[in-house]
Design a binder for this molecule. Structure first.
Ligand code: AMP
Ligand code: GLY
Length: 422
């Protein structure tokens, strides 16, 4: 099998790492990749949004399977363009990826399929949206309808804050077209869990669940980020709650999308709130999470490649994935100043030693090689994953490796998966 992974972050490094272990693999490319990925795949300088170039590359190199990491190319129609060229893609069509690309579409699916989720109203007019906020009262949640790279949600503790978010999204157009339409939602509370399933349009095979730590600093303080660490399995999601979430959220969404003629193939990510009334949907994403992927894939004992292929071919009906027992902890190392203004260009050393510790994998996100040295090139720079017999061992292994990395220009949270470790 000749496989092309699309993306350049830690999630894509983890996907490449899992695929590289497959006995079925003969050749692995990644577009555009990063220096960590370049040690296990051939990197190709094509941007994730250059769909014609990706399709042309896949065709010219007789690629058997394309594995997209991020949502943007899926929402833009990568899977459709590949389908026209007869190339299997382990990700949804643009029509199915709307479940992430338009939050109001996800709500429409949820409502049609009786999926438990926060009550909401949709607005194309800012004054009407602000009036609705005043009517409801705080707390409430203001969401931009479109893709906003994690910046489109404001959980507002006061009506004034909610109104300001409406003004910023709809009138000041801080998110461009993504904020023209907003949803005002009821605020849910409870532990949050990221639940994943591999889907073939009809069937869903569980890919496990992880807890993401979204705030930048220890104790859930500081600004929201793309994710500063993840723990798998998600401690709060009991097997009974996982089954309830599959039965009431994942499978009904799949059935509804299929009924509408846009079956979902690929990885479905359900962001859940475990409320007192049971699991409720916060949002759907059409891809793996980052850093959840870097925590979950080290636990996968089965070969990922045939599973992804089966998702393209509608053959997940009696597919079973095996998982290692124990736990996995992924700690993100970010450049100082992340998320507001990450400082790039600082040198990173000691990865070889840290990466050779037992149970440890190091995945690159925002790195580059300049003048023969490895440097920070983005906000989130590395993910260090530790797997162990239990959560304590996984945490100890991950943090031992984090401490072995020599990077004064970076920072990390000390409390991924438990009380702060040094
Ligand atoms: P997102 O950037 O779309 O991942 O959403 C950011 C965060 O906003 C989620 O991870 C939740 O913590 C929070 N959130 C979104 N919707 C709600 C809701 N209805 N009630 C409470 N919190 C929410
Ligand atoms: N870590 C959350 C996400 O990937 O959306």
């Amino acid at each position: 099998m000749r496989v092309l992974v699309v993306g350049s972050g830690g999630r894509e490094h983890a996907l490449c790492w899992a695929l590289a272990a497959s006995p079925l693999l003969t050749k692995l490319w990644c577009a555009p990749g990063n220096p960590g990925i370049a040690t296990i795949a051939e990197t190709v300088p094509i941007s994730v949004l250059d769909l014609p170039a990706l399709v042309a590359f896949a065709r010219a190199h007789a690629v058997d399977l394309v594995v997209p990491g991020p949502e943007a190319p899926l929402v833009a129609g990568l899977a459709d363009a590949l389908a026209e060229a007869g190339i299997p893609c382990a990700g949804p069509s643009a029509a199915a990826a709307r479940i992430e690309g338009e939050k109001s579409f996800a709500k429409e699916i949820a409502s049609a399929a009786s999926i438990p989720t926060a009550r909401y109203a949709r607005f194309a007019d800012a004054e009407a949206a602000r009036a609705h906020c005043r009517r409801l009262g705080a707390p409430l949640v203001v969401k931009a309808d479109g893709l906003a790279a994690g910046k489109g949600v404001v959980v507002a503790g006061s009506v004034a804050e909610a109104e300001a978010a409406v003004t910023s999204f709809m009138e000041e157009q801080r998110l461009g077209a993504a904020g023209q339409i907003v949803l005002i939602e009821e605020c849910l509370s409870g532990p949050e869990v990221s639940l994943f399933a591999l889907c073939d349009g009809e069937h869903a095979v569980p890919l496990g669940a992880a807890t993401d730590h979204k705030r930048a600093h220890d104790g859930d303080r500081g600004p929201n980020t793309g994710g500063m660490g993840a723990v798998a399995p998600a401690p709060a999601l009991t097997p009974a709650l996982a089954e309830a979430a599959s039965a009431r959220i994942v499978r009904p969404a799949l059935a509804e999308l299929a009924r509408r003629g846009s079956p979902f193939r690929g990885i479905l990510f359900a962001g859940l709130m475990l409320t007192a009334e049971g699991p409720k949907l916060i949002e759907f994403n059409a891809r793996f999470g980052d850093p959840e992927c870097q925590a979950l894939l080290p636990l996968l004992a089965s070969d990922l490649l045939p599973a992804l292929l089966a998702s393209c071919e509608g053959e997940l009906g009696d597919f079973d994935l095996r998982w290692h027992s124990g736990a996995s902890v992924a700690v993100v190392l970010a450049a100082r100043g992340y998320p507001e203004a990450p400082e790039t260009g600082s040198e990173i050393r000691g990865l070889d030693r840290a990466g050779s510790l037992p149970g440890v994998q190091i995945f690159h996100s925002g790195t580059r090689i300049a003048g023969g040295r490895l440097e920070a090139a983005g906000g989130r720079v590395l993910t260090v994953s530790g797997r162990g017999a239990d959560l304590d061992q996984a945490r100890a292994r991950a943090y031992d490796a984090v401490r072995a990395i020599d990077w004064p220009g970076g920072f990390y949270r000390h409390d991924i998966g438990g009380p702060p470790l040094p």
